[in-house]
Design a binder for this molecule. Structure first.
Ligand code: IMP
Length: 421
């Protein structure tokens, strides 16, 4: 079975650990969009791994991992990640493959990202990893691709012509970027180190499909950070929805058998932008439990109640047929748990999230309140181990979103995840 895994909210849904669990049943795990703005946390045997670019499948012996064409790749950061895996005795040679067509994040992309974020007005609250500017160069057709890192003359020419323009913009921000020779040296060196991993991953994946190998496309970020379907402009620069996984890997939609939507049992968001079910109370409760701090930037995430309006939309736009609900244990101490079932503007009921942000800002969540379970669920290993109010809560989420309740997670460990239906 070939599957796509997507985030059904604003990212940070706990995709890393669900990918890790699903990776066991797939031969090849592919990362197809975004870059090292993502932070996928996986805990295996008491060891914590935070992966930004390398698919979490690397933690399973013998699995093949691919970083495909739709990714924007920071080679220096990738090499650090590979080095950390090596230090923990995880083999990457012959297991990790990188697309020659993926676009490269360069120092000036990060500086341009940071420069824009300095402005008070128009701040997105990005991760400052240079993601937006790299995708912008790709769309402008002036980007540097991974294959260019292996061709000194081509890289030099591309950097020379790009830097002339970039320097003017960077100076306006009062920032600086490295010189052409130093950039050339660093990135050609990085290219040489990555050479054994670089290939045409689209062709490789098609061969694998012909050989009846199974593929898991791991999404990064979430549906509402999608550049088309998210809360634009407070989004990332790629298509984080299931369609993006196809263009980002070259695997056609007709080859996909299932789409898994990962969602928290509540809602979180980092960065700017609207979040209708935000709750001070839930944010304080979860932060007090040392939960909900970002894996990539360490920022405190905004927390709110489960929003069925957005997740129902995510189910449709991605074609989600299976749900994975994570962080159920985050709600363990609560007496009552509100769930947003629709929005209201005045007396009018809204059941689909408006794409117009001004309208979304006017939406007031309408809540249905569920009884809490006030019991520690982190030891549950099957659905029937959960207290009745928790089972009722999950069944309600399933009904509201409209997909099979396939996986439930009650903690960070691999063993704290179980399949249901
Ligand atoms: P960028 O992707 O760094 O350009 O950031 C754009 C928006 O997406 C910001 O609100 C970020 O906080 C958010 N974002 C990017 N990557 C992630 C992620 O992996 N998890 C959650 N939010 C993210």
């Amino acid at each position: 079975m070939n599957s796509i895994l997507v985030g059904a909210q604003w990212g940070d849904e706990g995709k890393g650990k669900i990918i890790d669990v699903l990776a066991r049943d797939h031969d090849i795990i592919v990362r197809s969009q975004g870059g090292n703005n993502a932070g996928h946390t996986v805990e295996v045997g008491g060891q914590k791994f935070v992966l930004h670019l390398v698919p979490s499948g690397i933690l399973w012996k013998g699995k093949i991992c691919v970083i495909s064409n739709g990714v924007v790749l920071d080679p220096i950061s990738l090499l650090e990640e590979i080095e950390q895996l090596h230090q923990r005795k995880i083999v990457t040679r012959g297991r990790l493959f990188i697309s020659e067509s993926a676009h490269v994040v360069l120092p000036y992309h990060r500086v341009l990202d940071a420069g824009r974020e300095q402005a008070k007005k128009g701040r997105i609250g990005t991760t400052k990893r240079g993601i937006g500017p790299t995708y912008a160069d790709k769309a402008y057709r002036i980007g540097v691709r991974v294959s260019d890192l292996l061709q000194p003359e081509i890289l030099k020419e591309k950097l020379r012509s790009r830097l002339a323009e970039v320097r003017l913009v960077v100076a306006r921000y009062g920032l600086t970027i490295p010189t052409l020779p130093s950039m050339l040296k660093d990135y050609l060196e990085a290219g040489e180190k990555l050479r054994p991993y670089i290939t045409n991953t689209t062709v490789m994946l098609h061969r694998a499909i012909d050989e009846k190998k199974t593929i898991l496309l791991e999404g990064a970020q979430g549906t509402f950070l999608d550049i088309d379907h998210g809360t634009y402009p407070y989004v990332t620069a790629s298509n984080t929805t299931s369609g993006g996984a196809c263009t980002g890997s070259g695997i056609p939609p007709t080859m996909i058998d299932s789409v898994v939507g990962v969602m928290k049992a509540y809602t979180t968001r980092v960065g700017e932008g609207p979040m209708p079910t935000y709750s001070d109370f839930l944010s304080d409760t979860l932060h007090g439990m040392k939960r909900e701090f970002g894996a990539t930037t360490g920022r405190a995430r905004r927390c709110g109640w489960f929003d069925a309006v957005i997740t129902r939309f995510a189910q449709r736009v991605n074609g989600i047929d299976r749900l994975a609900v994570t962080n159920l244990d985050g709600l363990d101490t609560l007496e009552e748990i509100p769930v947003c079932v629709s929005y209201r503007i005045g007396k009018k009921e809204i059941i689909d999230p408006p794409s117009d942000l001004a309208l979304l800002a006017k939406c007031q969540p309408a809540y249905r309140v569920f009884r809490g379970w006030e019991t520690d669920t982190s030891g549950a290993r099957s659905f029937k181990d959960l207290p009745k109010p928790a089972r009722d809560y999950l069944q309600a989420l399933k009904k509201l979103v409209g997909a099979r309740l396939n996986i439930i997670s009650v903690g960070a460990g691999r063993e704290q995840t179980f399949f249901y239906e």
